[in-house]
Design a protein around this ligand. Sequence first.
Ligand code: ZN
Length: 303
Amino acid sequence: MILLALLSAASPSHGAERFDYQLKPRQIAPDTWFVEGRRESFSKTNGGNIVNVAFIVTDEGVVLFDTGPSRRFGEQLRLAIASVTDKPLVRVFNSHAHPDHFLGNQAFADVPLSALAGTAAQIRQNGDSFATSLYDLTGDWMRGTEVAPPGEVQRAERETIGGHRLRFLAFEGHTGADLVMLDETTGVLFAGDLVFYQRALTTPQTPGLGHWRDELEQLAQLDYRLLLPGHGPLDSERAAIGQMLDYLAWIDATLSRAATLGLTMTEVMALPIDPRFAAISLTRYEFGRSVAHLYPGYEEAAF
Ligand SMILES: [Zn+2]
């Protein structure tokens, strides 16, 4: 035991590589940087780095959209931002109340932090239990992480920050309170988890798949050039919303039909997934979770 402890203490690379999220901002539009997470679910290997965050370097300073899954992530994100600009952070936004999007807030305690009123309320209500479950899933990556709820309410309105004309939109489809930010100056749409791309969507708090689809139809009407999903790659071909609509419609139809046939939840979870969704990561895993969240409602509607 003593020998092992000495060996691990003597290995510098072991210590240096531990808990390093390897955040590498990539410029994707004028003043606009994207930090892409892995297309995976939470694990002790990825430390919760499964989420996209992005920032705009405006004339006034940096505007950050989402802070990641842990205090360590937030701190490393701050360093990554400092590696591309010496401008100060001026605003931070949380897109919604899922833990991978806001548990980095602690690292930005000196910056005005805004979210929709519903998001702030959900973070105050569920933040601790979300943090506890992330501790279970990712372990020590989370050490020192505490919930820091946003202090300011963001409304659906336009605001110009440092020469960037930003439009904020309030949706509900993913969690009941989902902030979307459109930079009208560059045409970049920061979609949060209203849009997953090439990575299966998650449904634990959705008010309903039909509601989500209606909002995606509205999102599709916006004048944007690049879409940054909450999970998955950048979309420069206006393909992500179409994939979401198709996949949501398929889940909706599959669960409706299963309920009409009287299938049990276990039978529904085992149903084949349409091959046209084969390229989307984690479809089988997330479909099972979605059946658990949503199927009881479909069964009720069928009787
Ligand atoms: Zn989410």
